[in-house]
Design a protein around this ligand. Structure first.
Ligand code: GUN
Length: 298
């Protein structure tokens, strides 16, 4: 039976450290501020955005939520981003993905000041991750995965990490993060995806298996070698008439099938999910500190 990796508990430790840093910054007259922009009314995005705002306020940070209709033009959204770039009270800007189909997400991300890009999606921050330059911002979910490994003393150094999913938000960034030289990294990384041949043969090589595909319960017992560590990044809503809200949340891993085999595993919910928000807060505090340092140099 696997140890269950408790993301809620680790996230609360990260958030406590953020709360202390916010208090320190406030004493110096700086309050970290995060702006979250939501375009349209995707139900899952609404839940995420509300949770980000709640966490900000709980930590004593400044929070601004901008809700724009789905019909908003690209130009209007770029104007909103430009205003936030210029706003001294805002240290971090997050434009919630996915955007409506008529919008060019890449152009919006490139419009964000890289020093405020707490999502870590701007090309400058992606390059800094690839170059192992610690001044950049690393995407929150990969950072959360690494922090979970650290909290459970699971050192990826020299281990074979197999990541299923090649998105920039998770798979590709996590690969860069865990193959970097440095603590809680130095892994041998394989990235598998929808075109991978004989996925089972690849995933069975994993000492640490990360599922980030967005397909409910896609990875089963056959994909996992006995004793592997399994991180499940998936958050999928599947219809469940027995639930009051009409759906249940599940991961990309068939938890009940894999749990008896794994040495440690993250549940969904309560695993990687809470870490993402905690690392967003941590990135926002980092942005505030860095911007403050620059102001003092001027
Ligand atoms: N949508 C789902 N996850 C994320 C995230 O980490 N950042 C943004 N901006 N949108 C998301």
């Amino acid at each position: 039976m696997a140890d269950q990796i408790n993301g809620k508990k680790v996230a609360s430790v990260v958030l406590d450290a953020c709360r202390a840093e916010v208090a320190e910054l406030m004493a110096e007259g700086r309050r970290p501020g995060l702006a979250v922009v939501l375009v349209g009314s995707d139900p899952a995005s609404e839940v995420y955005v509300a949770s980000k705002e709640r966490t900000c306020l709980d930590l004593g940070m400044h929070s601004r939520k901008l809700e724009l209709p789905a019909s908003t033009s690209q130009e209007k959204l770029l104007e909103v981003v430009a205003d936030l770039n210029a706003d001294e009270d805002i240290d971090g800007i997050l434009v919630q993905s996915p955007l409506p189909p008529h919008m060019d997400e890449g152009e919006v991300v490139r419009a964000i000041n890289p020093a405020k890009d707490v999502d870590g999606f701007h090309p400058e921050n992606v390059a800094k991750l690839a170059l192992e330059d610690p001044s950049g911002f690393v995407p929150c979910t990969p950072l959360g995965c690494q922090r979970l490994l650290e909290a459970y003393a699971i050192d990826p150094a020299g281990k074979h990490v197999v990541i299923v999913g090649r998105s920039l938000i998770v798979g590709k960034s996590l690969a860069l993060l865990l193959m970097a030289k440095g603590p809680w990294a130095n892994a041998t990384v394989t990235v598998a995806h929808s075109r991978t041949q004989d996925l089972v043969a690849v995933t069975r090589q994993a000492d640490i298996l990360v599922a980030a595909v967005g397909v409910p319960e896609m990875l089963g017992a056959e994909h996992v070698r006995e004793g592997a560590v399994v991180l499940d990044v998936g958050v999928n809503r599947v219809d469940d008439p027995e639930k009051k809200r009409g759906y249940r949340l599940c991961g990309d891993v068939d938890f009940s099938a894999v749990e008896p085999l794994a040495s440690a595993i993250t549940p969904v919910p309560g695993g990687v999910g809470p870490m993402t928000i905690a690392m967003l807060m941590s990135n926002t505090v980092k942005a505030c500190r860095a911007r403050r340092g620059q102001q003092e140099e001027r």
